[in-house]
Ligand binder design. Structure first.
Ligand SMILES: [Mg+2]
Length: 267
C-alpha cells in the first residue's frame, strides 16, 4: 500500500499534469448545455420536444397543413443551423413559413406545452453536487442553443434553477445571429460572465460544440449516454482524436463527482 505522502504527491502531480496539458489556468467557471446534457437522452424529452410538440407548434402557430410537413422543414433547418429558434427565424425571413415567426413564440410554446413533469424529474443527486460546486466558488453558467425561457423551465423541472442567477442563463437569442458551435457564440457568453476561455469548462453532449470550445482554449466534459438525441440528428459522430479534446466523458451529469473529483479540489 502506498503511504499518504506518496498518494498526495501522486495526486498533486496528476493535477499539475492536467493543468499543464490544458493551458495552465485554474478552472473558475462551469458552463452547462441543457438538452441531452442536464438530462439524459433516454428520458425521451428531446424526442418529445422535437417531435410532436414542435410539429403542433408549427401547425397551430405557423400555419403548416400537416405535422409531417412541419417536421420535415424543422429537421432541415435544425441540421443547417443547430438551433430550432435560429432555423425558424431564417426560414421566416426567407418566406418559407405559411405565417410569420417571431422570436419569442417558440420559447413561449415549449415552456407552455412540453410535459416537463413527465420527462424531467428533479435531479437530487446532481442538485447536491451543484450546491457543493457553488460553495467552492465556481461561477455557474447555462448556455443552450434553445430559447432562454424554455431553458429556464427545464432547470425548474430538474430542480437546478436556484444554482444559476438569471443573468447567467443564456439562450440562443442571447448570442444570435451566432449560435453554438460558432466561436462568436461562446465568446459572447464568456465575455458576459467575465470568464476566460482557459479557465472555463463547457459541459456538452455535442462533439461539434466540444471541438469549437477546445479551439477557443476552453476545457470540456463530454456527456454521452448513448448514440442518439440531437447530436445524432446533426450527424455529430465521433472523429479520430476527439477523446483528446475533453477532460473526461460521463454517461450522466450526476456521474460528474465520481469521474472528476479534481473539480472538488478547488483552492
Ligand atoms: Mg445538447
Amino acid at each position: 500500500m502506498r503511504s499518504l505522502p506518496t498518494l498526495l504527491r501522486l495526486a498533486t502531480s496528476r493535477a499539475a499534469t492536467r493543468t499543464m496539458a490544458t493551458g495552465g489556468s485554474a478552472v473558475d467557471t462551469l458552463i452547462f448545455d441543457v438538452d441531452d446534457t442536464l438530462y439524459p437522452v433516454s428520458s425521451g424529452f428531446s424526442k418529445h420536444r422535437n417531435g410532436p410538440i414542435v410539429a403542433k407548434f408549427m401547425v397551430d402557430e405557423l400555419g403548416f397543413e400537416t405535422e409531417a410537413e412541419a417536421l420535415e422543414l424543422r429537421d432541415e433547418v435544425f441540421r443547417a443551423t443547430h438551433s430550432t429558434l435560429k432555423g425558424l427565424t431564417l426560414a421566416s425571413q426567407e418566406g418559407r413559413l405559411p405565417k410569420p415567426f417571431a422570436e419569442p413564440m417558440l420559447g413561449e410554446y415549449w415552456a407552455a406545452h412540453c410535459d416537463f413533469d413527465a420527462y424531467l424529474p428533479r435531479n437530487n443527486e446532481f442538485r447536491d453536487q451543484l450546491g457543493e460546486l457553488r460553495e467552492l466558488g465556481y461561477k455557474l453558467v447555462v448556455f443552450s442553443n434553445a430559447p432562454r425561457k424554455y431553458a429556464r423551465r427545464c432547470l425548474d423541472s430538474l430542480g437546478l434553477r436556484e444554482f444559476f442567477c438569471d443573468e447567467f442563463i443564456f439562450g440562443v437569442e442571447d448570442v444570435m445571429p451566432a449560435c453554438k458551435p460558432e466561436a462568436a457564440a461562446f465568446r459572447t457568453v464568456l465575455d458576459a460572465v467575465g470568464a476566460d476561455a482557459e479557465s472555463s469548462i463547457m459541459f456538452e453532449d455535442s462533439l461539434k460544440n466540444i471541438r469549437a470550445c477546445r479551439a477557443l482554449g476552453m476545457r470540456c466534459v463530454f456527456i454521452e449516454e448513448e448514440v442518439g438525441g440531437e447530436a445524432a440528428l446533426l450527424g455529430d459522430a465521433a472523429q479520430k482524436g476527439d477523446a483528446d479534446l475533453y477532460e473526461v466523458k460521463i454517461r450522466r451529469i450526476a456521474d460528474l463527482k465520481g469521474a472528476a473529483p479534481w473539480l472538488w479540489e478547488k483552492s
